[in-house]
Design a protein around this ligand. Structure first.
Ligand SMILES: Cc1cc2nc3c(=O)[nH]c(=O)nc-3n(C[C@H](O)[C@H](O)[C@H](O)COP(=O)(O)O)c2cc1C
Length: 236
C-alpha cells in the first residue's frame, strides 16, 4: 500500500502522534511504502493567484518545483493522509496554502483520473473546538479532487503534549484508530469493487456540462476533451 502523508504542521505533537498510530495499524494489513511531507518545510509559499495553473497548466506555477513532487506523490498513492491541528478554528495556514496551490486538481478544472480510485484520510486534533469546520476544509478539497473514499479522524486532546495524556484516553484513541485503520485497509483492497459516491458523480456531470460550453478557458476544455469525458468515457 502506497501512502502519501501531508502533515499540516512540523510539530511531532498530538496530530503527528495520531498519524503515526494510523501508519502502525495500517502496516498490519499490508506492506506500506510511505512518503511524508511536512508543511511549511516542503512547500513554504502562498499561492499568488496568478491563474496560470488554470490557463497554462500546473508547470507554469511559480512554485512548481516544490508543488509538483507533492502532486506526483499524491497521484502515486493508494491512500492520501492529510493532517492538521486546529488553528483559529480551521486548518493550519501552511496546509491551506498547499490546498490553494492544488485547486487546479478540482473537478471544476482538471481532475486527475487516478484520484477517482483512491482512499484518503483527514486527521484533525484540537484542544477543544473547531474539529467540524477544520475537517470540512480538508474533505472539501479531497471531494473536489474526485477522491473515491474519504475517511476522517477527529480528536479533542486537551493537553498540549501527547505524553501528558492519560492512559485511559490513549487506550480509547488507540482502539478507535485500530478500528478505522482496518476499515481503510479493507476499502483499499476492494477499491475497484466499491461504488463511486453519487454526490461526486453529480458534481462531475455538472462540471462536464459547464466544460461543454466552456469558451473562457480552452486549456481546461481541451483537457476534458482529451480525457474523453465530453464524450462517453468516465473516470469512475
Ligand atoms: C496557533 C494555534 C491556534 C490554535 N487554535 C485553536 C482553536 O481555534 N481551537 C482549539 O480548540 N484549539 C486550538 N489550538 C490548539 C491545538 O489545535 C491543539 O492543541 C492540537 O492538538 C495541537 O496539535 P499538535 O500537537 O499536532 O501541534 C491552537 C493551537 C495553536 C498553536
Amino acid at each position: 500500500m502506497k501512502i502519501t502523508v501531508i502533515n499540516g504542521n512540523t510539530r511531532h505533537g498530538n496530530t503527528w502522534s495520531c498519524m503515526k498510530l494510523f501508519l502502525k495499524e495500517l502496516s498490519n494489513y499490508d506492506e506500506t511504502e510511505i512518503k511524508e511531507y511536512y508543511l511549511p518545510k516542503d512547500m513554504p509559499y502562498f499561492c499568488i493567484g496568478c491563474y496560470s495553473c488554470f490557463s497554462l497548466g500546473e508547470n507554469s506555477c511559480p512554485h512548481h518545483e516544490v508543488v509538483s513532487p507533492i502532486v506526483n506523490s499524491i497521484i502515486e498513492a493508494d491512500l492520501i493522509i492529510m493532517t492538521s491541528p486546529v488553528y483559529s478554528l480551521d486548518v493550519s495556514g501552511h496546509l491551506k496554502a498547499l490546498l490553494d496551490h492544488l485547486c487546479f486538481l478540482w473537478i471544476s478544472h482538471r481532475p486527475i483520473p487516478a484520484m477517482f480510485h483512491k482512499a484518503s484520510l483527514a486527521i484533525v486534533t484540537t484542544a477543544g473546538v473547531g474539529l467540524g469546520h477544520t475537517v470540512k476544509t480538508m474533505t472539501n478539497s479531497l471531494s473536489f479532487w474526485g477522491v473515491k473514499r474519504i475517511f476522517t479522524y477527529k480528536a479533542v486532546i486537551p493537553v498540549s503534549s501527547w505524553e501528558q495524556m492519560s492512559e485511559q484516553k490513549r487506550y480509547k484513541m488507540g482502539k478507535k484508530i485500530r478500528k478505522k485503520a482496518g476499515k481503510i485497509a479493507r476499502s483499499i483492497k476492494k477499491m475497484d469493487h466499491l461504488h463511486y459516491p453519487m454526490i461526486r458523480k453529480m458534481l462531475f456531470y455538472m462540471m462536464r456540462n459547464m466544460m461543454k460550453s466552456n469558451t473562457w478557458n480552452p486549456f481546461e476544455r481541451n483537457y476534458w476533451e482529451k480525457q474523453g469525458w465530453l464524450g462517453k468515457k468516465r473516470p469512475f
